[in-house]
Ligand binder design. Structure first.
Ligand SMILES: O=C(O)CCC(=O)C(=O)O
Ligand SMILES: [Fe+2]
Length: 264
């Protein structure tokens, strides 16, 4: 898991796939609101093919090191650019491409400036390009149970290298067509974002805005890994909930190890 995530990172330029995944307005919304939802990142046919590849791979999903009912109970596997499935290679390529798009808005600074220009206001002399891991986490949430309790993905005070590197979380949903319609009742497998919650709040009570995102196939969610408290609700559907996640950030040289605190 984390070892794969940390082992190697590309620069945004190396990870660019050419076609735009996000618009300038969506990226501005991300920096302002600390999250944005982008629909149609995979076409319907591409999303169907990716979902079928996830279903075929059912046996390769494993427990995570954090596996515990009070934390998370999903099962995961890792997807790299050399995956045997063309549909999953396309999905990871679209996610990796987002980093170079975030860099293009840097107003001549040459790299990502952080959320709401945080990097500048915290006194960074230079902006940093967003490192792009070679592999993303594919998670499977089965029916009636698996969930991920409220958490943040990254922190500037991290001791775990992968955790310290994470700056922007990118989640691409690979759910099948049954997920296109809202759940009729009960828990719906939503990603719940507790925006504006205090840093000390791990439950979301202090959030200034709560957003529920349905995991529709082909939908991308981007958010601030370090400040946005979020959780995955359980669901009662027959079909599994699949999400491919890539954490952007950290420096992009081989074997990044977060030797320095990520504030400078
Ligand atoms: O599947 C999702 O919607 C988000 C998953 C998540 O929060 C994580 O893996 O850290
Ligand atoms: Fe998360």
């Amino acid at each position: 898991g984390p070892a794969i995530e940390v082992a190697r990172r590309d620069s945004p330029a190396e990870a660019s796939a050419g076609a735009d995944v996000t618009t300038r307005d969506q990226r501005a919304a991300l920096r302002r609101d600390r999250f944005v939802v982008v629909d149609g990142v995979l076409s319907r046919a591409e999303a169907l093919a990716a979902n079928a590849a996830c279903e075929r791979r059912h046996e390769s999903f494993k427990k995570t090191p954090q596996d515990d009912p009070s934390a998370r109970t999903d099962r995961v596997t890792w997807i790299g650019g050399d995956d045997t499935s063309p549909a999953l290679r396309l999905a990871i390529a679209r996610l990796r491409s987002v980093a170079s798009e975030l860099d293009t808005d840097a107003l001549g600074a040459g790299a990502w400036q952080g959320f709401d220009d945080d990097n500048v206001s915290r006194g960074h002399r230079r902006s940093r390009a967003l490192g792009v891991p070679l592999a993303g986490q594919l998670a499977r949430y089965g029916a009636s149970g698996p969930r991920y309790a409220p958490h943040r993905d990254g922190s500037v005070l991290a001791f775990d290298p992968s955790f310290g590197a994470r700056e922007v979380t990118a989640v691409l949903y690979l759910c099948g067509p049954a997920w296109d319609e809202p759940a009729r009742s009960g828990d719906d497998g939503a990603l719940v974002l507790y925006c504006g919650a205090d840093a000390a709040d791990d439950e979301g009570d202090s959030a200034t805005a709560v957003h529920r995102v349905r995991p529709v196939g082909g939908r991308l969610v981007l958010f601030d890994s370090r400040t946005v408290l979020h959780e995955v609700r359980p669901h009662g559907r027959r079909d599994d909930r699949f999400a491919l996640t890539l954490w952007l950030g950290g420096e992009h040289y081989p074997e990044f190890r977060c030797l320095r605190p990520y504030v400078s």
